[in-house]
Design a protein around this ligand. Sequence first.
Ligand code: ADP
Length: 397
Amino acid sequence: MNPILTFLSNHPYLVTPIPSLGWVGWLVLLGLIVAVIALVSFSRLLRTAEVARQRLGAILASTPDPVLVTDKEKRLILANPAAKQALGGEPGSSEGLLTDHVIGQQELRDLLQEPDSGNRSAELVMPDGKVYFATASSIIAGGRPVGRVCVLRDVTHFKELDALKSDFVSSVSHDLRSPLTLIRGYATMLEMVGGLNEQQLGYVGKIVVGVESMSHMVTNLLDLGRIDAGVGLQVEQTVVMDIVKAVMVPLQMIADQKNIELALSAESGLPEAINADRALLQQAVYNLVENALKYTSEHGSVTLRIKTVSQGLQFEVQDTGIGIAPADLPRLFEKYFRGSQREARAQRGSGLGLAIVRSIAELHGGKVWVESVLGQGSTFYMLIPSSPLDTSKTKPK
Ligand code: ADP
């Protein structure tokens, strides 16, 4: 006999039929089983979500950098403890409220309310004097922006170091000025006090060129220090064409020497005058046009274009020069930065000209940027807003 059948006949209770439930009973039983399974997986899901939420909460709570998150309706939906401390708010008091009501800093509000999906950064000075570098970006879900997240980094210490460094550079530059003037003066007087042979004259010429380039650098350093500190900013009604003349006339000589066509294109309907510091604006435009001539080879062309745009007056300096390597573009306006190309390095320079332009533009509430194609040329843009200057950007004298 089959061993299974033998086993079952020895244990008859195993084959006792299950009492009949009827089809309704079976359905109920099945429903119960499904419900239990669903309940178990749902509670497991809940536990996983809760663990993830707690982990995220712990990370955010222990992050020293303030983190703020807003939803599409510009409501603050998350602010970690560091953010609450930075904003000077009570823990848990601001979430769910409109950013307009809980964030006093206009620039921070702008970062959090930016409608497009782009990343934006800004430097924020808090009422307690701390300086934060804030970066905001959109949160994308299902291909659509559903809010903004902003991370702030405390850069107060770096700012203080930067100010110390600038002070040091300014005082050294100042002290260098007198000896340089002395060297230049005596070097040029040498040939007046006795005949010099050709070789000696050559050496004197080299000393003068060297001293002049050092003096130029010292002047740049001092200018930058003054501009950064907002010292002596004199805002007045500045006639646009006066600036243009003061830049184009002296630079025309350099253009002629290099056979470069220097052109001006001023759109009709330009405002006659703008609210700006005349000397500084002139220096910024001068630096841009001077650079364009410096980094354009013979027979090229440089155009200074001025036009009105919705936010103010825009200066554009276009050249057909060496262009700028894409890798250099992000650092171009930093202090002491010099382009990496051989043609750029062949020119004398301190890497301060564009930093000065940026400081001047920002001091006026404006901005500067560049578009360039390596080997084909560059266009530098400087926007000076027509609206009244933001005096908060002008530090006390
Ligand atoms: P400098 O000219 O003294 O080096 P700047 O701050 O004026 O310093 O310029 C920084 C760098 O930017 C330059 O070294 C050069 O590489 C690049 N640059 C500036 N203007 C131009 C231009 N019009 N065309 C190409 N490169 C430029």
